[in-house]
Design a protein around this ligand. Structure first.
Ligand code: URA
Length: 425
Protein backbone atom coordinates (compact mmCIF):
# COMPACT_ATOMS: atom_id res chain seq x y z
CA UNK A 1 0.00 0.00 0.00
CA UNK A 2 1.25 3.53 -0.67
CA UNK A 3 -0.25 7.00 -0.20
CA UNK A 4 0.18 8.07 -3.82
CA UNK A 5 -2.02 5.28 -5.21
CA UNK A 6 -4.75 6.05 -2.65
CA UNK A 7 -4.63 9.78 -3.53
CA UNK A 8 -4.71 8.99 -7.27
CA UNK A 9 -7.69 6.65 -6.85
CA UNK A 10 -9.79 9.38 -5.18
CA UNK A 11 -8.45 12.13 -7.48
CA UNK A 12 -9.70 10.06 -10.44
CA UNK A 13 -13.16 9.66 -8.81
CA UNK A 14 -12.60 6.03 -7.83
CA UNK A 15 -14.02 4.29 -4.77
CA UNK A 16 -11.44 3.51 -2.08
CA UNK A 17 -11.32 -0.14 -0.96
CA UNK A 18 -11.66 -1.14 2.71
CA UNK A 19 -7.95 -2.08 2.93
CA UNK A 20 -6.95 1.26 1.37
CA UNK A 21 -9.04 3.19 3.92
CA UNK A 22 -7.82 1.13 6.90
CA UNK A 23 -4.22 1.53 5.80
CA UNK A 24 -4.28 5.27 5.08
CA UNK A 25 -5.94 6.18 8.42
CA UNK A 26 -3.60 3.94 10.39
CA UNK A 27 -0.47 5.07 8.51
CA UNK A 28 -1.44 8.75 8.89
CA UNK A 29 -1.99 8.33 12.65
CA UNK A 30 1.45 6.68 12.95
CA UNK A 31 3.12 9.43 10.88
CA UNK A 32 3.95 7.19 7.91
CA UNK A 33 1.60 9.12 5.60
CA UNK A 34 2.77 12.76 5.58
CA UNK A 35 0.54 15.80 6.22
CA UNK A 36 0.92 16.97 2.61
CA UNK A 37 -0.27 13.57 1.35
CA UNK A 38 -3.26 13.51 3.69
CA UNK A 39 -4.17 17.08 2.71
CA UNK A 40 -4.14 16.08 -0.99
CA UNK A 41 -6.42 13.14 -0.17
CA UNK A 42 -8.74 15.35 1.94
CA UNK A 43 -9.02 17.79 -1.00
CA UNK A 44 -9.78 14.92 -3.40
CA UNK A 45 -12.52 13.73 -0.99
CA UNK A 46 -13.91 17.28 -0.72
CA UNK A 47 -14.06 17.57 -4.52
CA UNK A 48 -15.18 14.04 -5.44
CA UNK A 49 -17.11 12.82 -2.38
CA UNK A 50 -17.39 9.34 -0.90
CA UNK A 51 -19.97 6.55 -1.07
CA UNK A 52 -21.91 5.51 2.05
CA UNK A 53 -19.66 2.42 2.32
CA UNK A 54 -16.48 4.51 2.18
CA UNK A 55 -17.76 6.97 4.83
CA UNK A 56 -18.74 4.12 7.14
CA UNK A 57 -15.35 2.39 6.78
CA UNK A 58 -13.47 5.71 7.19
CA UNK A 59 -15.41 6.41 10.41
CA UNK A 60 -14.69 2.91 11.69
CA UNK A 61 -10.98 3.25 10.96
CA UNK A 62 -10.87 6.55 12.89
CA UNK A 63 -12.65 4.93 15.86
CA UNK A 64 -10.12 2.05 15.78
CA UNK A 65 -7.22 4.56 15.85
CA UNK A 66 -7.83 5.04 19.61
CA UNK A 67 -9.65 3.87 22.72
CA UNK A 68 -13.39 3.32 23.24
CA UNK A 69 -15.08 4.45 26.43
CA UNK A 70 -17.72 2.46 28.30
CA UNK A 71 -20.34 3.88 30.68
CA UNK A 72 -22.23 0.65 31.31
CA UNK A 73 -21.05 0.67 34.97
CA UNK A 74 -23.26 3.73 35.57
CA UNK A 75 -26.44 1.65 35.31
CA UNK A 76 -28.29 4.69 33.84
CA UNK A 77 -29.06 5.39 30.16
CA UNK A 78 -26.59 7.86 28.64
CA UNK A 79 -27.42 10.63 26.16
CA UNK A 80 -25.20 13.15 24.45
CA UNK A 81 -25.70 16.09 22.09
CA UNK A 82 -23.43 17.41 19.39
CA UNK A 83 -23.77 20.70 17.57
CA UNK A 84 -22.06 21.24 14.25
CA UNK A 85 -21.13 24.70 15.54
CA UNK A 86 -22.69 28.13 15.48
CA UNK A 87 -22.58 31.68 16.81
CA UNK A 88 -23.89 32.19 20.35
CA UNK A 89 -24.46 28.44 20.61
CA UNK A 90 -24.21 27.97 24.36
CA UNK A 91 -26.91 25.28 24.47
CA UNK A 92 -24.66 22.54 25.90
CA UNK A 93 -24.25 24.55 29.12
CA UNK A 94 -27.89 24.51 30.27
CA UNK A 95 -28.73 21.29 28.38
CA UNK A 96 -26.33 18.85 30.09
CA UNK A 97 -27.47 19.57 33.69
CA UNK A 98 -31.11 19.81 32.53
CA UNK A 99 -31.10 16.33 30.97
CA UNK A 100 -29.28 14.98 34.05
CA UNK A 101 -32.01 16.47 36.24
CA UNK A 102 -34.56 14.52 34.17
CA UNK A 103 -32.86 11.15 34.72
CA UNK A 104 -30.34 10.44 31.92
CA UNK A 105 -26.56 10.62 32.38
CA UNK A 106 -24.79 13.09 30.08
CA UNK A 107 -21.13 12.40 29.22
CA UNK A 108 -20.45 15.50 27.15
CA UNK A 109 -17.02 15.61 25.51
CA UNK A 110 -16.65 19.07 24.06
CA UNK A 111 -14.20 21.14 22.07
CA UNK A 112 -12.66 24.58 21.84
CA UNK A 113 -13.62 27.30 19.39
CA UNK A 114 -11.75 27.79 16.17
CA UNK A 115 -12.56 30.54 13.71
CA UNK A 116 -15.89 32.33 14.09
CA UNK A 117 -17.69 29.61 16.09
CA UNK A 118 -17.27 29.43 19.85
CA UNK A 119 -16.22 26.38 21.86
CA UNK A 120 -17.98 25.03 24.95
CA UNK A 121 -14.72 24.52 26.88
CA UNK A 122 -13.60 28.13 26.27
CA UNK A 123 -16.96 29.33 27.60
CA UNK A 124 -16.81 27.21 30.77
CA UNK A 125 -13.18 28.19 31.41
CA UNK A 126 -14.38 31.73 32.09
CA UNK A 127 -15.77 30.37 35.40
CA UNK A 128 -12.99 30.87 37.98
CA UNK A 129 -11.31 27.56 38.85
CA UNK A 130 -13.20 25.33 36.36
CA UNK A 131 -11.10 22.54 34.79
CA UNK A 132 -11.72 21.07 31.32
CA UNK A 133 -9.07 18.37 31.51
CA UNK A 134 -10.16 15.30 33.49
CA UNK A 135 -8.79 11.77 33.59
CA UNK A 136 -11.22 9.01 32.59
CA UNK A 137 -11.64 8.14 36.30
CA UNK A 138 -12.39 11.78 37.22
CA UNK A 139 -14.89 11.99 34.38
CA UNK A 140 -16.73 8.91 35.66
CA UNK A 141 -16.70 10.30 39.23
CA UNK A 142 -18.28 13.60 38.13
CA UNK A 143 -20.83 11.71 36.04
CA UNK A 144 -21.69 9.46 39.03
CA UNK A 145 -21.98 12.38 41.45
CA UNK A 146 -23.70 14.99 39.25
CA UNK A 147 -25.38 13.10 36.40
CA UNK A 148 -23.52 15.21 33.82
CA UNK A 149 -19.96 16.10 32.95
CA UNK A 150 -18.64 18.49 30.30
CA UNK A 151 -14.93 18.03 29.62
CA UNK A 152 -12.24 17.81 26.95
CA UNK A 153 -11.88 14.58 24.99
CA UNK A 154 -8.69 12.79 26.08
CA UNK A 155 -5.83 12.28 23.63
CA UNK A 156 -6.72 8.59 23.34
CA UNK A 157 -10.12 9.19 21.73
CA UNK A 158 -10.06 9.03 17.89
CA UNK A 159 -6.47 10.39 17.58
CA UNK A 160 -6.74 10.07 13.78
CA UNK A 161 -9.49 12.69 13.84
CA UNK A 162 -7.49 15.05 16.07
CA UNK A 163 -4.68 15.07 13.53
CA UNK A 164 -6.91 15.19 10.49
CA UNK A 165 -9.19 17.93 11.85
CA UNK A 166 -6.19 20.21 12.57
CA UNK A 167 -4.92 19.56 9.03
CA UNK A 168 -8.32 20.22 7.41
CA UNK A 169 -8.57 23.47 9.32
CA UNK A 170 -5.49 24.88 7.57
CA UNK A 171 -6.03 23.33 4.12
CA UNK A 172 -9.55 24.54 3.23
CA UNK A 173 -10.99 21.03 3.57
CA UNK A 174 -13.31 21.39 6.57
CA UNK A 175 -16.53 21.71 4.55
CA UNK A 176 -16.67 18.18 3.08
CA UNK A 177 -19.76 16.25 4.21
CA UNK A 178 -17.98 12.82 4.38
CA UNK A 179 -15.15 14.36 6.44
CA UNK A 180 -17.43 16.32 8.81
CA UNK A 181 -19.74 13.32 9.34
CA UNK A 182 -16.91 10.86 10.01
CA UNK A 183 -15.06 13.36 12.23
CA UNK A 184 -18.06 14.00 14.49
CA UNK A 185 -19.38 10.44 14.55
CA UNK A 186 -16.02 8.74 15.18
CA UNK A 187 -15.66 10.75 18.41
CA UNK A 188 -19.25 10.24 19.51
CA UNK A 189 -19.26 6.48 18.83
CA UNK A 190 -15.85 6.04 20.54
CA UNK A 191 -17.16 8.00 23.52
CA UNK A 192 -19.69 5.20 24.08
CA UNK A 193 -22.94 7.14 24.54
CA UNK A 194 -26.14 5.12 24.16
CA UNK A 195 -28.17 7.94 22.58
CA UNK A 196 -27.09 10.92 20.53
CA UNK A 197 -28.93 14.01 19.35
CA UNK A 198 -27.28 16.01 16.60
CA UNK A 199 -27.94 19.73 16.26
CA UNK A 200 -27.12 20.42 12.62
CA UNK A 201 -26.89 24.17 12.12
CA UNK A 202 -28.05 25.77 8.87
CA UNK A 203 -27.35 29.33 7.70
CA UNK A 204 -24.63 31.96 7.34
CA UNK A 205 -23.07 31.20 10.75
CA UNK A 206 -22.88 27.43 10.13
CA UNK A 207 -20.73 25.11 7.99
CA UNK A 208 -23.87 24.15 6.06
CA UNK A 209 -25.30 27.23 4.37
CA UNK A 210 -28.47 25.62 2.95
CA UNK A 211 -31.09 23.07 4.02
CA UNK A 212 -30.26 20.48 1.34
CA UNK A 213 -26.60 20.19 2.41
CA UNK A 214 -27.62 20.15 6.07
CA UNK A 215 -30.12 17.33 5.41
CA UNK A 216 -27.47 15.30 3.61
CA UNK A 217 -25.02 15.78 6.51
CA UNK A 218 -27.72 14.91 9.06
CA UNK A 219 -28.81 11.75 7.18
CA UNK A 220 -25.19 10.63 6.83
CA UNK A 221 -24.51 11.07 10.56
CA UNK A 222 -27.79 9.48 11.68
CA UNK A 223 -26.98 6.47 9.44
CA UNK A 224 -23.48 6.13 10.90
CA UNK A 225 -24.78 6.33 14.48
CA UNK A 226 -27.53 3.78 13.99
CA UNK A 227 -25.23 1.28 12.26
CA UNK A 228 -22.97 1.53 15.33
CA UNK A 229 -25.92 0.80 17.67
CA UNK A 230 -26.30 4.39 18.95
CA UNK A 231 -29.91 5.71 19.00
CA UNK A 232 -29.34 8.82 16.87
CA UNK A 233 -31.63 11.65 15.72
CA UNK A 234 -30.85 15.06 14.22
CA UNK A 235 -32.56 18.43 14.44
CA UNK A 236 -31.79 20.96 11.71
CA UNK A 237 -31.76 24.38 13.38
CA UNK A 238 -31.48 27.96 12.22
CA UNK A 239 -28.10 29.70 12.32
CA UNK A 240 -28.84 32.72 10.12
CA UNK A 241 -28.72 34.93 13.22
CA UNK A 242 -26.92 34.35 16.56
CA UNK A 243 -28.61 32.17 19.14
CA UNK A 244 -29.77 34.21 22.13
CA UNK A 245 -28.46 37.68 22.94
CA UNK A 246 -24.75 36.98 23.47
CA UNK A 247 -21.71 35.65 21.58
CA UNK A 248 -18.54 35.38 23.67
CA UNK A 249 -17.32 33.20 26.50
CA UNK A 250 -18.33 34.74 29.88
CA UNK A 251 -21.26 36.54 28.23
CA UNK A 252 -22.66 33.17 27.14
CA UNK A 253 -22.13 31.57 30.56
CA UNK A 254 -24.15 34.42 32.11
CA UNK A 255 -26.98 33.82 29.61
CA UNK A 256 -26.91 30.05 30.23
CA UNK A 257 -27.26 30.61 33.99
CA UNK A 258 -30.27 32.85 33.27
CA UNK A 259 -31.87 29.93 31.38
CA UNK A 260 -31.15 27.56 34.27
CA UNK A 261 -32.74 30.11 36.62
CA UNK A 262 -35.97 29.89 34.60
CA UNK A 263 -35.41 33.02 32.42
CA UNK A 264 -33.18 33.70 29.40
CA UNK A 265 -33.94 34.47 25.75
CA UNK A 266 -36.91 32.62 24.21
CA UNK A 267 -34.90 31.01 21.35
CA UNK A 268 -32.28 29.58 23.73
CA UNK A 269 -34.99 28.17 26.02
CA UNK A 270 -36.94 26.71 23.06
CA UNK A 271 -33.92 24.96 21.55
CA UNK A 272 -32.66 23.72 24.94
CA UNK A 273 -36.05 22.15 25.67
CA UNK A 274 -36.40 20.66 22.16
CA UNK A 275 -32.96 19.01 22.37
CA UNK A 276 -33.54 17.84 25.96
CA UNK A 277 -36.82 16.14 24.96
CA UNK A 278 -35.11 14.43 22.01
CA UNK A 279 -32.22 13.23 24.20
CA UNK A 280 -34.53 11.81 26.85
CA UNK A 281 -36.73 10.08 24.25
CA UNK A 282 -33.68 8.61 22.44
CA UNK A 283 -32.33 7.34 25.77
CA UNK A 284 -35.74 5.84 26.66
CA UNK A 285 -36.11 8.00 29.81
CA UNK A 286 -39.70 9.14 30.33
CA UNK A 287 -39.80 10.77 33.75
CA UNK A 288 -39.78 14.49 34.28
CA UNK A 289 -40.61 17.16 31.68
CA UNK A 290 -37.52 19.35 31.10
CA UNK A 291 -39.61 22.55 31.37
CA UNK A 292 -40.46 21.54 34.97
CA UNK A 293 -36.76 20.95 35.75
CA UNK A 294 -36.00 24.54 34.67
CA UNK A 295 -38.93 25.87 36.75
CA UNK A 296 -38.30 23.90 39.96
CA UNK A 297 -34.55 24.62 40.21
CA UNK A 298 -33.40 20.99 39.82
CA UNK A 299 -31.51 21.76 36.58
CA UNK A 300 -29.74 24.65 38.37
CA UNK A 301 -28.84 22.32 41.28
CA UNK A 302 -27.23 19.89 38.83
CA UNK A 303 -25.33 22.76 37.14
CA UNK A 304 -23.93 24.02 40.46
CA UNK A 305 -22.82 20.53 41.51
CA UNK A 306 -21.25 19.84 38.09
CA UNK A 307 -19.31 23.14 38.04
CA UNK A 308 -18.08 22.67 41.63
CA UNK A 309 -17.05 19.04 40.97
CA UNK A 310 -14.72 20.33 38.24
CA UNK A 311 -13.09 22.94 40.53
CA UNK A 312 -15.30 25.88 39.48
CA UNK A 313 -17.02 28.35 41.80
CA UNK A 314 -20.62 28.73 40.59
CA UNK A 315 -21.01 31.86 42.77
CA UNK A 316 -17.86 33.68 41.61
CA UNK A 317 -18.41 36.84 39.54
CA UNK A 318 -17.74 36.21 35.86
CA UNK A 319 -14.99 38.19 34.10
CA UNK A 320 -16.11 41.43 32.45
CA UNK A 321 -14.17 43.04 29.57
CA UNK A 322 -12.44 46.33 30.35
CA UNK A 323 -13.86 48.28 27.37
CA UNK A 324 -17.25 48.55 25.66
CA UNK A 325 -18.36 50.11 22.37
CA UNK A 326 -22.03 50.58 21.48
CA UNK A 327 -23.22 50.13 17.87
CA UNK A 328 -26.48 52.07 17.25
CA UNK A 329 -29.40 50.98 15.04
CA UNK A 330 -28.88 52.62 11.62
CA UNK A 331 -32.59 53.43 11.01
CA UNK A 332 -36.09 53.24 12.49
CA UNK A 333 -38.22 50.26 11.49
CA UNK A 334 -38.17 46.47 11.86
CA UNK A 335 -34.89 44.59 12.24
CA UNK A 336 -35.08 41.93 9.51
CA UNK A 337 -31.51 40.59 9.54
CA UNK A 338 -28.60 40.43 11.96
CA UNK A 339 -26.13 38.12 10.27
CA UNK A 340 -24.75 35.27 12.38
CA UNK A 341 -21.45 34.96 10.52
CA UNK A 342 -20.72 38.70 10.81
CA UNK A 343 -21.46 38.68 14.56
CA UNK A 344 -19.29 35.55 14.98
CA UNK A 345 -16.34 37.17 13.19
CA UNK A 346 -16.84 40.36 15.24
CA UNK A 347 -16.73 38.42 18.53
CA UNK A 348 -13.68 36.54 17.29
CA UNK A 349 -11.85 39.76 16.33
CA UNK A 350 -12.68 41.26 19.74
CA UNK A 351 -10.70 38.39 21.32
CA UNK A 352 -13.41 35.81 22.10
CA UNK A 353 -11.96 33.29 19.61
CA UNK A 354 -8.59 32.20 18.37
CA UNK A 355 -6.81 32.11 15.01
CA UNK A 356 -4.48 29.24 15.97
CA UNK A 357 -5.12 26.32 18.32
CA UNK A 358 -2.57 27.55 20.85
CA UNK A 359 -3.84 31.17 21.04
CA UNK A 360 -5.39 32.36 24.34
CA UNK A 361 -8.96 33.73 24.39
CA UNK A 362 -10.32 36.69 26.35
CA UNK A 363 -13.00 35.52 28.79
CA UNK A 364 -14.93 38.81 28.74
CA UNK A 365 -14.76 39.58 25.01
CA UNK A 366 -17.75 39.27 22.70
CA UNK A 367 -20.94 40.83 21.38
CA UNK A 368 -24.18 41.55 23.20
CA UNK A 369 -27.35 41.94 21.11
CA UNK A 370 -30.08 44.38 22.16
CA UNK A 371 -32.55 43.33 19.44
CA UNK A 372 -33.31 40.22 17.37
CA UNK A 373 -34.78 39.91 13.88
CA UNK A 374 -38.49 40.76 14.07
CA UNK A 375 -38.01 43.42 16.79
CA UNK A 376 -38.90 47.10 16.17
CA UNK A 377 -35.87 49.43 16.44
CA UNK A 378 -35.39 53.21 16.56
CA UNK A 379 -32.49 54.95 14.79
CA UNK A 380 -29.69 55.57 17.29
CA UNK A 381 -30.84 53.11 19.95
CA UNK A 382 -28.15 50.66 21.11
CA UNK A 383 -28.27 47.62 18.79
CA UNK A 384 -25.06 45.84 19.82
CA UNK A 385 -22.48 46.28 22.57
CA UNK A 386 -18.97 45.10 21.73
CA UNK A 387 -16.77 43.97 24.65
CA UNK A 388 -12.97 43.58 24.73
CA UNK A 389 -9.92 44.07 26.97
CA UNK A 390 -8.00 45.41 23.96
CA UNK A 391 -9.82 48.46 22.49
CA UNK A 392 -7.38 48.70 19.56
CA UNK A 393 -9.43 45.78 18.19
CA UNK A 394 -12.64 47.85 17.84
CA UNK A 395 -12.03 49.23 14.28
CA UNK A 396 -11.17 45.80 12.83
CA UNK A 397 -14.11 44.18 14.67
CA UNK A 398 -16.50 46.88 13.41
CA UNK A 399 -15.43 46.21 9.81
CA UNK A 400 -16.85 42.69 10.14
CA UNK A 401 -20.30 44.20 10.75
CA UNK A 402 -20.44 45.91 7.34
CA UNK A 403 -23.75 44.88 5.73
CA UNK A 404 -24.70 42.65 8.69
CA UNK A 405 -27.75 44.65 9.79
CA UNK A 406 -30.94 45.19 7.76
CA UNK A 407 -33.75 47.44 9.00
CA UNK A 408 -36.98 47.51 6.93
CA UNK A 409 -39.51 50.39 7.13
CA UNK A 410 -41.82 50.32 10.16
CA UNK A 411 -44.90 48.19 9.51
CA UNK A 412 -43.10 45.77 7.18
CA UNK A 413 -44.49 42.27 7.75
CA UNK A 414 -41.65 40.00 8.81
CA UNK A 415 -41.69 36.56 10.44
CA UNK A 416 -38.34 35.32 11.78
CA UNK A 417 -37.29 31.77 10.77
CA UNK A 418 -38.37 29.08 13.25
CA UNK A 419 -35.53 27.69 15.38
CA UNK A 420 -36.14 24.03 14.51
CA UNK A 421 -36.30 23.69 10.71
CA UNK A 422 -36.52 19.91 10.33
CA UNK A 423 -35.96 16.60 12.11
CA UNK A 424 -34.14 13.57 10.71
CA UNK A 425 -34.50 10.27 12.47
N1 URA B 1 -16.87 19.37 14.23
C1 URA B 1 -16.07 18.28 14.22
O1 URA B 1 -15.83 17.66 15.25
N2 URA B 1 -15.56 17.87 13.06
C2 URA B 1 -15.81 18.52 11.90
O2 URA B 1 -15.33 18.09 10.87
C3 URA B 1 -16.64 19.67 11.91
C4 URA B 1 -17.17 20.07 13.11
Amino acid sequence: MDAISVIRAKRDRGELTDPQIDWVIDAYTRGEVADEQMSALAMAILLNGMTAREISRWTDAMIRSGERMDFSSLGVPTADKHSTGGVGDKITLPLAPLVAACGAAVPQLSGRGLGHTGGTLDKLESIPGWRALLSNEEMLDVLHGCGAVICAAGDGLAPADKKLYALRDVTGTVEAIPLIASSIMSKKIAEGTGALVLDVKVGSGAFMKNLDDARELARTMVGLGRSAGVATVALLTDMSTPLGLTAGNALEVRESVEVLAGGGPADVVELTLALAREMLAAAGVHGKDPADALRDGSAMDHWRRMIAAQGGDPDAPLPVAREQHVVPAPATGVLTALDAYAVGVTAWRLGAGRARKEDPVQAGAGVELHAKPGDPVTAGQPLLTLHTDTPERFPYALEALDGAVTVAPAGTAFTPAPIVLDRIG
